[in-house]
Design a protein around this ligand. Structure first.
Ligand SMILES: CC(C)(COP(=O)(O)OP(=O)(O)OC[C@H]1O[C@@H](n2cnc3c(N)ncnc32)[C@H](O)[C@@H]1OP(=O)(O)O)[C@@H](O)C(=O)NCCC(=O)NCCS
Length: 147
C-alpha cells in the first residue's frame, strides 16, 4: 500500500483528531486556536475517503528557543490500527519540507511523553522541563528538530 500525504481541510481530520488524541482524556473536542492561523497547513493521509493520519503545521515561536524562525506541529494522530506502520514519519517528512520552504530554522512540538521516542527517531530532541497539558492532563515536553 502506498500512502500519500496531502494538504486537507480541518473538517477532514477532526474525527481522527478526536478519536486518537482525546481517547482516555477529560477533553472531548480537539480544536486548536492555531487552526485559525492564516498559514496553517493540515496534512492528511486519506484512505477510502477517511483520514487515517494527520498533523497540522504553522509558524510559531518556540518558547524554549525564542527569537528563532520556527514551525510548530500539532495534532499528530495516526489511526489506532495503523500506528507503527511509518505514517507518522511520512507526516514529519512532509512538515519538515514545508518548514524548509517557509524558511524555518527549527520545527517543534509539545510532545506527550509517551510519544517522545517517536520524535527522537525523527531527529527531535527533548528540551526544557516537563509540564502537564491542560486538555489531556498528560505529561509533556517540548521537542525540537534543527532544520
Ligand atoms: C505517536 C504517533 C504519532 C507515531 O506515529 P506512527 O505512525 O505510529 O510512527 P511510525 O510508524 O512512523 O514510527 C517511526 C519510528 O518511531 C518509532 N515510534 C513510533 N511511536 C513510538 C513511540 N510512542 N515511542 C517510541 N518510538 C516510537 C517507530 O518504532 C519507528 O522507529 P523505526 O524507524 O526504528 O522503525 C502515533 O503512534 C500516534 O498517533 N499515537 C497516538 C497519539 C499520539 O501520541 N500523538 C502524538 C501526540 S504529541
Amino acid at each position: 500500500m502506498t500512502y500519500v500525504v496531502t494538504s486537507v481541510g480541518l473538517t477532514d481530520i477532526m474525527q481522527l483528531r478526536v478519536a486518537v488524541l482525546r481517547k482516555g482524556t477529560p477533553a472531548t473536542d480537539c480544536n486548536y486556536p492555531e487552526d485559525a492561523y492564516p498559514d496553517v497547513v493540515h496534512f492528511g493521509i486519506i484512505r477510502d475517503g477517511t483520514a487515517i493520519a494527520t498533523s497540522s503545521w504553522f509558524m510559531k515561536e518556540c518558547p524554549e528557543i525564542p527569537g528563532v524562525s520556527a514551525m510548530q506541529l500539532k495534532g499528530m494522530a495516526i489511526a489506532d490500527e495503523l500506528q507503527g506502520a511509518g505514517l507518522g514519519a511520512l507526516l514529519i517528512n512532509a512538515g519538515v519540507e514545508l518548514a524548509n520552504e517557509r524558511g524555518a530554522t527549527i520545527a517543534w512540538a509539545r510532545a506527550r511523553d509517551s510519544a517522545i521516542g517517536f520524535y527522537e527517531r525523527l531527529g527531535f530532541v527533548s528540551t526544557g522541563d516537563g509540564f502537564m497539558d491542560g486538555p489531556t492532563a498528560m505529561p509533556h515536553h517540548i521537542v525540537v528538530r534543527t532544520l
